[in-house]
Design a protein around this ligand. Structure first.
Ligand SMILES: NC(=O)c1ccc[n+]([C@@H]2O[C@H](COP(=O)([O-])OP(=O)(O)OC[C@H]3O[C@@H](n4cnc5c(N)ncnc54)[C@H](O)[C@@H]3O)[C@@H](O)[C@H]2O)c1
Length: 347
């Protein structure tokens, strides 16, 4: 039985708590958050008894019998929490974005190594159904040799960041780096999962909304030996709106991918339909309903974490692996600031 201590009872903790309750061989042994009202409301929702609730990780480590610390707090808290959990000899799952800088990220990876504990970054995007289905098609060779990849993300968050609107994650407004830090870690990780590590990138970013500090739109060109890619990511676009926007403000993420190879073009429509267009021009639907299934993605991701603890297999998104994703994220900002191509060495 793996005994889990959860740190952070905020917006996204529901996804973690729901998944832990479904995975065999797992028990939630503690939940901590200094915000008492959040702590008690999650405890009630997930039947966690009062004697398993704590104000801090320190208290939880001292009192609860746990093997794993699951960190669901903002990035500025990660170095302290990861360091503390590692020194206590606990395996760690830590939410994205893992760190504010490469130095911080490397220090956390080293801390886990020194303490001989396992460390995985909670990167759920690659575990979404459409990404898993695309990976399977690419592995089967359905598209053949790739030459051009386009990844498009749209949402219409920008005007809805206005101060009078209630946001699920109000801290977005103040983040100096927003879209490619908060979401870019997902996109770069998913891109690496599907297409491998690029050799160079060039980025342009923009702030469209007047209500935020960071950027809410951007374009990235990605260069490989054999193929080229393009990310067109925006929270400032009216594309594919589901109808009139409602209150409260919630994300309306839409993802599209167009993957061109010498055998076929693979298309993910924002509706969740996946199709193949062959060399005769015939389009065949492969599967439908590949929606952004966040709850299931967490079940797959957390099941993978437990599977790797049981077998000793490498985590797909270990702390060490995530360093490569973060290099792409910070490279995106450097490229956009300096208007320079960023080259990556042997990766
Ligand atoms: N993987 C995803 O798709 C996804 C989605 C949303 C959020 N996230 C990430 O999850 C993290 C948390 O996001 P959120 O939206 O739940 O934020 P949130 O602000 O709603 O919740 C964070 C909680 O952590 C608590 N906290 C802060 N410092 C703490 C500490 N030292 N010890 C214990 N608790 C502490 C806060 O009191 C708060 O309740 C962020 O890094 C965010 O980027 C990931």
């Amino acid at each position: 039985m793996w005994k889990i201590g959860v740190v952070g009872a905020g917006y996204w903790s529901d996804k973690h708590l729901q998944a832990w309750r479904r995975i065999p061989g797992v028990q939630i042994q503690g939940l901590c958050d200094p915000d008492k009202s959040r702590l008690y409301s999650k405890a009630e929702a997930y039947d966690i008894p009062e004697d398993k609730l704590y104000g801090t990780l320190e208290e939880m480590l001292a009192a609860a019998d746990i093997d794993v610390v699951d960190i669901i707090t903002p990035p500025d808290t990660h170095p302290e929490l990861v360091g503390r959990a590692a020194r206590a000899g606990k395996h760690i799952m830590c939410q994205k974005p893992f760190a504010h800088s490469m130095e911080e990220a490397r220090e956390m990876v080293e801390a886990a190594k020194a303490a001989e504990v396992r460390l995985m970054v909670t990167e759920n995007w690659r575990w979404l159904q459409p990404m898993q289905a695309i990976k399977e098609l690419l592995n089967s060779g359905a598209a053949g040799l790739l030459h051009t990849i386009r990844y498009i993300h749209t949402d219409y968050y920008s005007p809805r960041f206005a101060p009078e609107n209630e946001l699920p994650q109000p801290f977005f407004r103040e983040m100096p780096r927003l879209l490619f830090y908060e979401m870019g870690v997902h996109w770069h990780d998913t891109w690496r999962f599907l297409f491998g590590d690029p050799k160079r990138i060039y980025a342009e970013t923009r702030r469209v909304s007047p209500y935020i500090t960071g950027e809410d739109a951007g374009l990235i060109t990605l260069g490989y030996e054999d193929y080229m890619g393009f990310m067109d990511m925006s929270w400032a676009t009216r594309q594919n709106l589901p109808g009139l926007l409602t209150m409260p403000v919630l994300p309306e993420h839409k993802e599209q991918l167009i993957i061109e190879g010498d055998q076929a073009t693979l298309k993910l429509y924002s509706s969740g339909t996946l199709s193949l267009i062959d060399n005769s021009g015939m389009e065949t639907i492969v599967t439908e309903n590949n929606g952004l299934d966040f709850e299931e993605s967490h079940f797959r991701l957390q099941s993978h974490f437990i599977h790797c603890l049981n077998t000793g297999e490498e985590f797909q998104t270990s702390g060490e692996d995530n360093l490569k994703t973060l290099e792409l994220v910070f490279g995106t900002y450097r490229s956009a600031e300096e208007h320079e191509v960023i080259h990556f060495g042997q990766r």
